[in-house]
Design a protein around this ligand. Structure first.
Ligand SMILES: C=C(OC1C=C(C(=O)O)C=C[C@H]1O)C(=O)O
Length: 280
């Protein structure tokens, strides 16, 4: 590999990554081979070595940490409420013992997060299954409650069914732990990072620069998608202001709390070290 054009970069297709998408389409993505999709698709590709750098669900880093190095200062995080990790339920959450709960097939982090919250905060153990349903009516036709992420969750957040219960899982996590939550981190394939440090550095600068560019122009970024998505510009900017895209020590600590609770419930084998890539 000799040129930046050969680096395969993953990109999440949700509005949560709109600031980066805007930056990438305004110069920062020039020459990059960008693969866009939902987190579950990028997770699979980066595990299989089909992407060199990509956002991954933070639980995926824990399960495959030997394969990856984490990029510093980049993540999808929030302190509490975030609107886009949502449990829609026909009953109050505390009454979901023995219920059937549908988990969106687009996610990985939120599945484990919900299981931790159900177990530790509400002492309930429903039956979980993965579903490709993207709407409330479809998912709840076969279940008592359904977990959505990304744009599907945001749509459910703004279009509530009368009589259903809505739980912002970021807020539930904050109530349980007192901490924020890191939903996704950006990783580089370890071999790629060690073999091509200059390319890694260049792509890292494009990701962080692209984010900064988009975050500085949120209204303009939102205006580029309002014709294609069922949200107003204001709904998009209000949502994006709830998200944090750094990986400061507080968020690193929050991530380790998540890993600790996940390992207590045997949802991951062990708590990984956050091994960072050398990018400067
Ligand atoms: C906040 C979000 O962050 C994400 C949630 C993920 C997950 O649950 O696995 C993965 C990547 C991000 O898209 C969201 O999608 O709503």
């Amino acid at each position: 590999m000799t040129s930046i054009g050969e680096v395969r970069l993953g990109h999440i297709e949700f509005i949560n990554c709109l600031p980066l998408a805007y930056g990438l389409s305004h110069g920062f993505g020039e020459g990059l081979d960008i693969v866009t999709g939902p987190p579950a698709m990028l997770n699979k590709m980066v595990i299989e070595g089909q992407l060199d750098i990509s956002p991954v669900s933070s639980i995926v880093f824990a399960k495959h940490s030997e394969k990856f190095l984490v990029l510093p200062d980049v993540s999808i995080s929030a302190n509490g409420y975030l609107q886009s990790i949502l449990l829609v339920s026909k009953r109050p959450i505390a009454k979901l013992d023995d219920a059937r709960v549908a988990l969106t097939s687009k996610s990985a982090t939120s599945h484990v997060l919900l299981k931790i919250i159900m177990n530790k905060a509400y002492q309930v153990t429903p039956e979980y299954y993965t579903s490709t349903a993207t709407t409330q009516s479809e998912a709840l036709a076969q279940s008592d409650a359904a977990l959505f992420i990304g744009d599907d969750a945001l749509y459910a957040y703004h279009n509530r069914f009368l009589g259903y219960y809505y739980y912002d899982i970021g807020r539930e996590w904050q109530k349980l732990t007192g901490q924020g939550m890191v939903y996704a981190v950006w990783v580089a394939n370890r071999e790629f990072a060690l073999k091509y440090p200059d390319l890694l550095h260049m792509v890292y600068k494009k990701i962080t620069g692209g984010f900064k560019y988009g975050l500085g122009r949120l209204e303009a970024a939102a205006d580029t998608v309002t014709a294609k998505v069922p949200f107003t510009s204001e709904q998009i900017t209000d949502y994006l202001k709830l998200l944090k895209y750094e990986l400061e020590p507080d968020f690193q600590a929050a991530l380790l709390t998540y890993y600790k609770l996940a390992s207590e419930l045997k949802l991951i084998a062990d708590i990984p070290d956050l091994a960072f890539a050398e990018v400067r």
